[in-house]
Design a protein around this ligand. Sequence first.
Ligand SMILES: Cc1cc2nc3c(=O)[nH]c(=O)nc-3n(C[C@H](O)[C@H](O)[C@H](O)COP(=O)(O)OP(=O)(O)OC[C@H]3O[C@@H](n4cnc5c(N)ncnc54)[C@H](O)[C@@H]3O)c2cc1C
Length: 404
Amino acid sequence: MTESNHDQAEANCDVIVIGAGMVGATAALGCANQGLQVILIEAFQPDTTFNREFINNRVSALTRASENLLVELGVWSDMKGMRIEPYTDMHVWDASGNGSIHFDAAEIAEPSLGHIVENHVTQLALWKRLESHDNVSLICPDRVVGVSRESNGSKVQLESGLMVNGSLVVVADGKKSAVRDMLGIETSGWLYDQHALVATITTEKGHQHTAWQRFMEKGPLAFLPLGHNADKSCSIVWSTSPEQAEQLMALEEQAFCEALTEASEAVLGKVTNVKDRGVFPLELKHAKTYIREGFVLVGDAAHAIHPLAGQGVNLGFLDVIALLEVISNATGQQRDIGGMHTLRKFERERKASNVTMLAAMDGFKRLFSNDIMALSKMRNAGLSIVDNLGPLKQFFVRYAMGLD
Ligand SMILES: Cc1cc2nc3c(=O)[nH]c(=O)nc-3n(C[C@H](O)[C@H](O)[C@H](O)COP(=O)(O)OP(=O)(O)OC[C@H]3O[C@@H](n4cnc5c(N)ncnc54)[C@H](O)[C@@H]3O)c2cc1C
């Protein structure tokens, strides 16, 4: 990967990727592996060192489908060399009753249900691969300030004054995508009455390679196992009201650990240590269209989702898989990779699938963050019924793993 010094006023390539988050970096690498010339534009200079002692408080539960993509791109082994943690089980229970459900990888004859991976591990492995790729140029740090489509392709104007030209622009600049706005693409959605508090914790008992999730009236609390500290470290995502999130952030460490022990019903014994608390407002956002001629939205720029089932970046990776396929088909048939014929196929495939997941997660959020007695009884019964229905349960697991 070469870094542009902006000496030239124009740069040309096949594919311009805007945003080198997990999704944009993956799309750039996939396109480069197909032999396309790629320019990747990122607003912030990334930290490219891996410090074994530092645990990132932002983690993602990556599905088997995401793992397969990252294996194919040649980055999974580097991620493994840093730190990833497989989880074999998932235990979900409702605070207001006896309903619970347990998923076990063995029930679907898989070695694990997925992996908990620190976001910066994924990011770093992708960066390293991109840096050494002959087909990739990185422009960083720089920001997109304007976009247009002309008869000879798409144009991206940068803050530095550089103009980048390409056949296709992949827009991966995240949930608050400025480029989506520049393209005049509207979104639908709403802010949730919940904020997600994240942190890294140590517990008295080992995590048993299990993802634990307790649904409470104000929102779910998840303990996600980390491969560190003799299996006694977890990353947490505690979704709760903005007011409670603020109170929890203000607590001293000891008081926070006690609150967390109580909220988790001491499922892993006492919480003995907490580090790096942070808060993120939660929202559902969905772009009304993913495409304009010469432009395609992927990842959070197209869809942002509640993190309760850890699907956000996994949906972004599924977007990348579909996009790489339509690009490969288009180049094979010598069609324009930025043409509407190519991009409509992508949108048809991904929009329906993303809408299903967005609606399901929104429904779960509403069903579980609720203290109406009848709903509470229904969901407790529902959890226990599904727990005892082998085929339906297996379908849910395989769907969540991105296998069906
Ligand atoms: C608390 C929490 C827990 C989560 N847990 C999970 C989980 O377990 N599993 C899961 O799948 N998902 C999870 N998610 C969702 C996941 O984090 C996101 O879906 C994912 O990070 C989106 O990646 P992205 O690359 O699309 O966007 P981003 O990560 O937002 O990356 C966008 C990039 O674009 C750059 N950029 C922005 N504007 C410009 C510009 N104008 N010019 C150039 N560059 C620009 C930014 O600097 C950034 O690097 C969670 C989210 C939250 C909040």
